[in-house]
Design a protein around this ligand. Structure first.
Ligand code: NAP
Length: 257
């Protein structure tokens, strides 16, 4: 049995791989940057004596999840834990940004996550045990002008994960949506959100987010917001008029960079 981690070449995904290898789990790592995956795999095998398989994939390709699952089966591996972590954001004017990147966020953040969950759940259900950790975001709790598709994609991940949590609980499968706030990874750089001092100071340490995600998954918590400040902010949105919430989110995104 192995844990499949998408987006394991940097940031949170790399951190999940390190944490789970240290607990003795065998791993399957995927992302596009195979050189990074290979060097992480070499390091983790040597440090923890676990089996680490590298299966690179571009999850923006709609055919990639099925190909990845068939490569996993061809290697004789079974997945008991799936960490749907791969994702990216693009900041800017929706009308002005290229459509490829907008649709790419839906393909990687949503489509691949759904496809991998759907392909791997039957095996988990047959075995009566399994777990899926989906990385959403505090962006899931309100619309985000100037990062419209990203915020919407994370609202999808949150809603889908909560629904799946209910559907498969009776089968012995745990499903958790982890909602980090700003976190010090390569995310902000990829999203063109600027590398401001403010971001660096306010952003969470990835290690804390990873601990929160893994302990929430162990406890089968449906939704885990990482960090007390993010929890207060997300909870306060329940009492904030939607128009205000989206305008504040939009002003914050516009001011970045
Ligand atoms: N950091 C934050 O502030 C923050 C906050 C809330 C939620 N999140 C979420 O946390 C998750 C992890 O992001 P991170 O913060 O660790 O950012 P990161 O350091 O940029 O890592 C993103 C990972 O996703 C992979 N990825 C991106 N596009 C891909 C594609 N087309 N095919 C396959 N893999 C792809 C990247 O690998 P390759 O480039 O090698 O393909 C990389 O391993 C994402 O879902 C993100 O939305 C992050």
């Amino acid at each position: 049995m192995a844990t499949l981690i998408t987006g394991a070449s940097s940031g949170l995904g790399e951190g999940f791989a390190r944490a789970l290898a240290a607990e003795g789990h065998d791993l399957i790592l995927t992302a596009r940057r195979s050189d990074r995956l290979e060097s992480l795999a070499t390091e983790l095998r040597a440090a923890h004596g676990v089996a680490v398989h590298v299966l690179p994939a571009d999850l923006a390709d709609p055919a990639a999840p099925a190909r990845l699952v068939s490569n996993i089966a061809a290697a004789g591996l079974s997945v008991d834990t799936l960490i749907n972590n791969a994702g990216f954001g693009a900041r800017g004017s929706f009308a002005e940004m290229a459509i490829e990147g907008q649709l790419g966020q839906i393909d990687v953040n949503c489509r691949a996550l759904v496809a991998l969950s759907h392909a791997l759940l039957p095996g988990m259900i047959a075995r009566g045990t399994g777990a899926i950790l989906n990385i959403a975001s505090t962006a899931a709790f309100q619309p985000g002008p100037w990062m419209a598709v990203y915020y919407a994609s994370k609202a999808f991940v949150l809603s889908f994960s909560e629904a799946l949590h209910e559907e498969v609980a009776a089968n012995g499968i745990r499903v958790t949506a982890l909602c980090p706030g700003p976190t010090r990874t390569e995310f902000a750089q990829v999203a063109d959100m600027g590398d401001s001092e403010l971001f660096k100071r306010l952003a969470s340490d990835p290690a804390a987010v990873i601990r929160d995600g893994l302990s929430a998954l162990k406890a089968n918590q449906a939704v885990k917001i990482s960090g007390w400040m993010n929890t207060i902010m997300a909870d306060s949105l329940r009492f904030t008029p939607r128009v205000l919430a989206r305008r504040i989110a939009g002003a914050l995104q516009k001011a970045r960079g």
